[in-house]
Design a binder for this molecule. Structure first.
Ligand SMILES: C[S@@+](CC[C@H](N)C(=O)[O-])C[C@H]1O[C@@H](n2cnc3c(N)ncnc32)[C@H](O)[C@@H]1O
Length: 439
């Protein structure tokens, strides 16, 4: 079928083959086309592609099709440099020229904000990243197969494990480390049934690599895996998560070191840290530049203090860092002590509870960097009711950002600057930094 002409919408059937031209890229790496007056989303299809798809799902007003063939590629398409595309599913834009990826992300952000009722028509500065070796943390999965122990990535939405020799997002050093750990475990078949996953965190300068093995071992069996630390040369720390999710440290240190604006931070392997080794520091610099002044600052969802420390060091002011995760809050405290920044107060608590328990001060500035789900409605209200001088919202999810900006606007806080940091090149993810000022 090929019916892109205007007219009454026609029904689509599951399994039906459709040919269509992609009108625009939308969030999550999908292309939007219209077939017989109906919107059809096609994964891994880019603006200007002529594609053939097979309808997989039909909903009221829209359908989803799998990509069968690119009949005529958009001029910005390129051969992917990765042998695992498209099987891996992680880098949905890897067969798109990098400049076109950035344009697509800017358009997707504008569209997400407009759809959520928080349109932005001003300029958007987009900060690019090197495409290779940017990722600081790798999360891999074990599986057993005919060829022995397998270690690889799990394509999104599946339980399958795709073996990979090397991932272009990782540094050569990290890929080598992963292969060494795999080789050490592959020589011990007795360990295989209890192995679940592997996390590796590398320091931005590549000097330190810390690994944790997720297992179904009982706590007293964790030391049985100490050989991994001896055989995988180059690891600076090794831990084992046992069946109950408890971490047993076996060798070296559980921390890496990262320097932000001349301040060294420790980061526990279980603490959140921004994923991109090239852009975490420019991101912190941008947050600082957007928050001039010297009043008290709140750093909500503070992690290990990526924004807290430079703010306290520059402004010599009180910074209240709110972070719920024990390891990240411990890191933030240790980082403040290390640099003798006595104005920092780390509150290990849920953000909503901490806001309700902290009296507002005139001239307060607020940084918000929540997880993908964005802000609870009461957090928006609690922040707005403090009448802050400025809010900087750092977001990794355009739809929840748009929703929250619309809610802030209803309380009189409106965007005055929008920037994109391409922390996740080749993937559909994007990081946005928005400053809100009282209107
Ligand atoms: C996206 S990370 C940002 C961390 C930090 N701003 C950075 O850039 O490194 C979000 C952080 O918020 C924490 N978090 C998530 N939900 C929270 C909540 N309701 N209250 C407090 N902290 C929370 C997580 O543990 C995580 O460290």
């Amino acid at each position: 079928m090929n019916s892109e002409e205007p007219g009454p919408p026609t029904e689509l059937r599951i399994g039906q083959t459709v040919d269509a031209t992609i009108e625009k890229s939308v969030y999550r790496g999908r292309g939007l086309a219209r077939v017989g007056g109906r919107v059809v989303f096609v994964p891994r299809a880019h603006t200007g592609d002529r594609v053939r798809g097979r309808v997989r799902e039909v909903h009221a007003g829209w359908a989803e099709a799998s990509l069968q063939d690119v009949l005529s590629p958009a001029p910005e398409r390129r051969p992917s440099p990765c042998p695992y595309v498209p099987r891996c599913g992680g880098c949905v834009y890897q067969d798109l020229d990098y400049a076109a990826q950035l344009r697509a992300k800017e358009d997707i952000l504008r569209e997400s904000l407009a759809r959520a009722g928080a349109p932005w028509e001003g300029p958007i500065a987009v900060r690019a990243s090197p495409e290779r070796g940017w990722r600081l943390r790798a999360s891999l999965h074990f599986a057993r197969g005919d060829a022995g122990l397998r270690l690889g990535l799990r394509p999104e939405g599946t339980r399958r494990v795709l073996d990979i020799e090397a991932c272009l997002q990782l540094s050569d050093n990290m890929n080598r480390t992963v292969r060494k750990i795999h080789a050490a475990l592959a020589r011990r078949p007795k360990t295989w049934p209890r192995l679940r996953g592997l996390d590796v965190l590398e320091s931005p300068d590549g000097e330190l690599s810390v690994a944790t093995l997720a297992t179904a071992l009982a706590p007293h069996e964790a030391p049985d895996l100490a050989f991994v630390g001896r055989e995988a040369a180059g690891l600076s720390g090794l831990g084992v998560e046992t069946g109950r999710g408890r971490l047993h440290w076996l060798a070296g240190s559980p921390h890496i070191e990262a320097t932000v604006l001349s301040l060294a931070l420790r980061v526990h392997v279980q603490s959140f840290f921004q994923a991109n080794r090239f852009l975490y520091e420019p991101l912190a610099q941008a947050v600082l530049e957007l928050l001039p002044g010297a009043g008290r600052a709140l750093d909500l969802y503070a992690g290990v203090g990526l924004f807290t420390l430079p703010l306290a060091a520059r402004d010599d002011c009180e910074v209240v860092a709110v972070e719920r995760a024990p390891s990240a809050a411990d890191d933030a405290r240790a980082n403040a002590r290390r640099h003798r920044l006595s104005g920092i107060r780390v509150v290990r608590r849920d953000v909503g509870d901490a806001l309700a328990a902290t009296r507002a001060e005139p001239g307060e500035r607020v940084v918000i960097d929540p997880p993908r789900t964005g802000l609870e409605r009461d957090v928006v209200e609690l922040v707005a009711s403090r009448r802050p001088e400025a809010v900087v919202y750092v977001s990794c999810d355009p739809p929840t950002l748009g929703r929250d900006l619309a809610r802030f606007a209803a309380h009189g806080l409106r965007a005055d600057s929008v920037q994109v940091f391409d922390l996740f090149p080749d993937t559909f993810h994007l990081e946005t930094v928005v400053r809100l000022l009282p209107s």
